[in-house]
Every structure is written in C-alpha cells, then in structure tokens.
Design a protein around this ligand. Structure first.
Ligand SMILES: O=C(CO)[C@H](O)[C@H](O)COP(=O)(O)O
Length: 241
C-alpha cells in the first residue's frame, strides 16, 4: 500500500489523539517512543494545558521525556512508580492475529519493553501500513547489545540465522567494521538489526536471541498487547484482544 507522507502524518495525528483520549486524571502512564508516540504525547500535552488533565508519565526515552516536559507534563520513573495503569506505544509491525509486535526501529526497545511489563494495560498505536500477517514481513528484528564485545555477540547472532546490519546514527547499513558512528541507545548500548526472514516461532526466536551473552533485549513483543489503535482510510479501528 503506498501512502504519501502527508496522509501518514494525518493518520499519526489522529491515532495520537485517540490514544491520548484513553488517559484519565490520576493515571500512571508509560509514554512510548517514535513518531506515532510523539503524536500521543503532543495530544496529551494539549489536554494537560487546555483541559487540566493531570497524570504521571513514565517516558521510554530521553527524547520522549524532553517532549513531555516541553508541555509541563509531570514525569516520574519506574523506581517511584513501578506499576503503571496504562502504556501507550508505537510499533514497527503488528500481526493481525494475536497482535505480536516488532519494535525498536526507533532504538528504544529495551526501555519500551521494561515499561510495557510494568503496565497493566498495553495499547499500541499504528497506521495501517504496520499491520502484517507474519512478523519479519518487512522489518528486521532490532537487538540491543552491549558495546563491549559486540563483534562476538554479532557472530553468535549470525550462528542462529541473523543477517546483521549495524545500526548507525542515521541509517542501518550492511555489516561494516571499525565504524565509530554507531547509533547508541539511551542505555549506552548498540542496536544490531537482525534479519531472520519470516519469523515462524517468535517465542523460540526471542528466547534464542536473549540467551546470547551480550544481548540486552530483542524487539519481539509477543503476546503482550491488549489493544491496537489502527489509523487508516476508514478512520480509527480500536481492536481488543
Ligand atoms: O519501537 C519504537 C522505538 O523503539 C517505535 O515505537 C517504533 O519504531 C514505531 O515508530 P514510528 O511510530 O516512528 O513508526
């Protein structure tokens, strides 16, 4: 499906507003990362300033924290708020059946996964381009790894079938050594984008990836999404598990 950027931006704004409408005063809310989550945060910022909505946000990235703070939204940490009522985040792929996800093209997957598992309810906001039949349809699996010894970690990932692209600051390119321009996550790690082709058994794959020493976390979010808000030609669909 080809959509122009203006149409995509309109979808993101709309789904951001519907996502933000799920927040009520007094809630503790995980704030996702990426451009669609930014639309949620901006819509929440408007509600904060115009309606007097008051909640506590726990951001999944420094960028999201800065955006939320620019609206005066109160932020906290999982240290102070270890249990959240709601987490709203974007995704790179969402399966039509089961709402399994690939996340992390924005580079925040470790914090996003930690925040997701601190929340009672997880709502994913996407536009219709992100809906797939199988994980791996058009997105690699981002894997966050320690910068120390990442080359050895990459070799182990290749042994389990990954075709690796190192994530650089701007774009992800094919394996190249001795490059100093790596993308570094908020937690000080690197991202290796691992193409496994179609992912038939995501639970097993996620386990095999996380069993490798040096891996911090992988971008497969399996069986943990409660609801999906999908922006498309027919408006916003709100699907529940
Ligand atoms: O997982 C993520 C960041 O780590 C994002 O949620 C994901 O990449 C979607 O981003 P966007 O809404 O910009 O397409």
């Amino acid at each position: 499906m080809s959509l122009d950027q203006n149409q995509i931006d309109v979808y993101k704004e709309k789904v951001g507003e519907v996502g933000a409408s799920l927040v009520t005063s007094g809630m503790k809310v995980g704030l996702g990362s990426g451009s669609t989550s930014a639309c949620v945060v901006r819509a929440l910022g408007r509600r904060w300033q115009e309606e007097g909505l008051r909640f506590i946000g726990v951001p999944t990235s420094e960028e999201t924290a800065r955006l939320a703070q620019s609206f005066g939204i109160e932020l906290s940490t999982l240290g102070k708020c270890p249990e959240l009522d709601l987490d709203i985040d974007g995704a790179d792929e969402v399966t039509r059946q089961g709402f399994h996800l690939i996340k992390g093209l924005g580079g925040a997957l470790l914090r996003e996964k930690i925040v997701r598992y601190a929340a009672k309810r997880f709502v994913v906001v996407v536009d219709e381009r992100k809906m797939v039949d199988n994980l791996g349809d058009h997105t690699p699996v981002p894997v966050e790894v320690s910068t120390f010894g990442w080359e050895a970690t990459a070799k182990h990932l290749e042994k389990i079938g990954a075709e690796i692209s190192i994530r650089y600051k701007k774009v992800s390119v094919r394996f190249k050594e001795d490059c100093e321009d790596f993308f570094i996550t908020d937690g000080g790690n690197m991202i290796l984008d691992c193409n496994f082709g179609l992912v038939n058994d995501p639970v097993k794959l996620g386990q095999s990836i996380n069993d490798i020493v040096g891996v911090m976390e992988n971008g497969l979010f399996i069986d943990c999404t409660d609801e999906v808000l999908i922006a498309g030609q027919n408006g916003i669909q709100h699907l529940r598990k």
